[in-house]
Ligand binder design. Structure first.
Ligand code: HAM
Length: 416
């Protein structure tokens, strides 16, 4: 019979991989709480309109990557491709506008129908932070600084370059957009089909194009920096000033536009060469206009998200399992005695498990495959003499100790 395979672009996580994912999420939780972020949990599915305007109808995500379906009540539902729009939706729908500023941390699965490859999945996990209600440029730097510290904690920072850019405010963007359209219009016959289609909907995205024929045209395109108004320049200069003050190295990359429509002012990405073409490990920026795109009030905000799957691939330290004591009854008849011992060990907050009595060799073989450290062997003779055999599988040491002594030294024994 044909085996049922997992859905393309999804992963099953076991053992070491699972531990790495947990490590990344826990580090992100702890670093973000140091910056004052509180964890929230939001639905994995949202009404489709939550994503359409904020991410942009012409964005890759909305135009071809969302998992969108009609539910049984006829409502259009989308599995969240990212967390930011849902957070703003929840602040508006839960009426939390009066509680601002809010600093929220989240982690969980996101869904994008992309072509799967190394570091690119259809179901992937993100951790993210969103600081809502603070329009100061220093907050952009504080968000970036939180990302820096997370990457540092994971030992990844040295292999990443922070790319940063500004998309200015809405007025600057309107000016720039007009100029960019004029420029691209003159060259439109030489542009790729994809870029031609973006010309009227989102010309800024053309700057992001990977198509060969667009590269020369993009190289000579007008730069956003010439169209930034005073307020936008001041915002960005303050960001750069405080990055320097925080000793955060960066590369000002004027071509960094990011793929989602809701951004304004600061955008940034931490990029590594260690993951091939999927090198962006963490990306974010300011999105002051997102709330209004969802018919909410003015709500300045800035944040980032990072791909847990990518960070876990880059996290190279070995994470060992917590020590577990495995109890192996030498004869079947000793199982009850051993089961009582098992409960006692667990009462002492030490992880323990029990194997069926009888075939000791078979059980020890299973245990050694599972990379476990301690084994307790108990048979009729041991029970009679009030002793047990404690075996440390990693050192090979084996000792016979009295059961009473074992209880008294439980913690010490597992650390030895
Ligand atoms: P994003 O750049 O689309 O931004 O995604 C953030 C991160 O998620 C990426 O840098 C990457 O590490 C990871 N990621 C994205 N797509 C995939 C995929 N198919 N497979 C594996 N990992 C992936 C956002 O999602 C924004 N919401 C970030 C943000 C938060 N901006 C402001 N606040």
């Amino acid at each position: 019979m044909k085996k049922i395979q997992s859905v393309r672009g999804t992963v099953d996580l076991f053992s070491h991989e699972m531990r790495k994912h947990k490590k990344v999420i826990n580090e992100a939780k702890s670093v973000s709480s140091l910056y004052g972020y509180e964890e929230v949990s939001l639905p994995i599915m949202e009404k489709s309109e939550v994503f359409i305007r904020p991410l942009g109808l012409s964005s890759d995500v909305v135009s071809k990557e969302t998992y969108t379906f009609e539910d049984r009540g006829g409502e259009s539902i989308t599995l969240r491709p990212e967390g930011t729009a849902g957070i703003i939706r929840s602040i508006i729908s839960e009426g939390k506008m009066n509680d601002l500023p809010l600093k929220l941390f989240y982690s969980g699965p996101m869904f994008r129908y992309e072509r799967p490859q190394k570091g690119r999945l259809r179901q992937f996990t993100q951790i993210g932070i969103e600081s809502i209600g603070n329009s100061d440029a220093i907050e952009d730097v504080d968000v970036i600084s939180c990302g820096v510290n997370l990457l540092k904690k994971l030992g990844i920072l040295n292999n990443c370059i922070l790319n940063i850019n500004t998309l200015g405010d809405a007025i600057s963007r309107k000016d720039y957009r007009e100029n960019l359209v004029n420029y691209f219009m003159k060259k439109s016959s030489k542009l790729s089909k994809l870029s031609q289609s973006r010309l009227s909907i989102n010309p800024l995205r053309i700057l992001d194009s990977k198509e060969e024929e667009d590269q020369e045209i993009i190289k000579n395109a007008p730069l956003f920096s010439s169209f930034l108004n005073k307020a936008s320049i001041e915002h960005f200069e303050k960001v750069l000033k405080f990055l320097k003050l925080s000793e955060i190295e960066y590369l000002h990359n004027e071509k960094l536009v990011r793929g989602l429509d809701y951004y304004c002012h600061t955008t940034f990405e931490f990029i590594t060469k260690d993951l091939g073409s999927q090198g962006t490990v963490l990306g974010g920026g300011r999105y002051d206009g997102l709330s209004e795109m969802l018919n909410g009030p003015k709500m300045p905000a800035v944040g980032f998200a990072a791909g847990v799957d990518r960070l876990a691939m880059l996290y190279l330290s070995k994470l060992s399992k917590p020590d577990i004591i495995s109890i192996v009854p030498i004869e079947k008849e000793n199982f009850e005695f051993c089961y009582k011992l098992l409960n006692k060990i667990r009462e002492n907050k030490i992880c323990a498990e029990i194997y069926p009595g009888g075939n000791v060799t078979k059980n020890l073989k299973k245990i050694s495959k599972k990379d476990l450290k301690f084994v307790i062997l108990i048979g009729i003779n041991e029970i009679k003499s009030g002793k047990l055999i404690l075996k440390n599988l990693s050192t090979g040491n084996q000792s016979e100790i009295s059961i009473d002594e074992f209880y008294e030294n439980l913690e010490f024994l597992t650390r030895s």
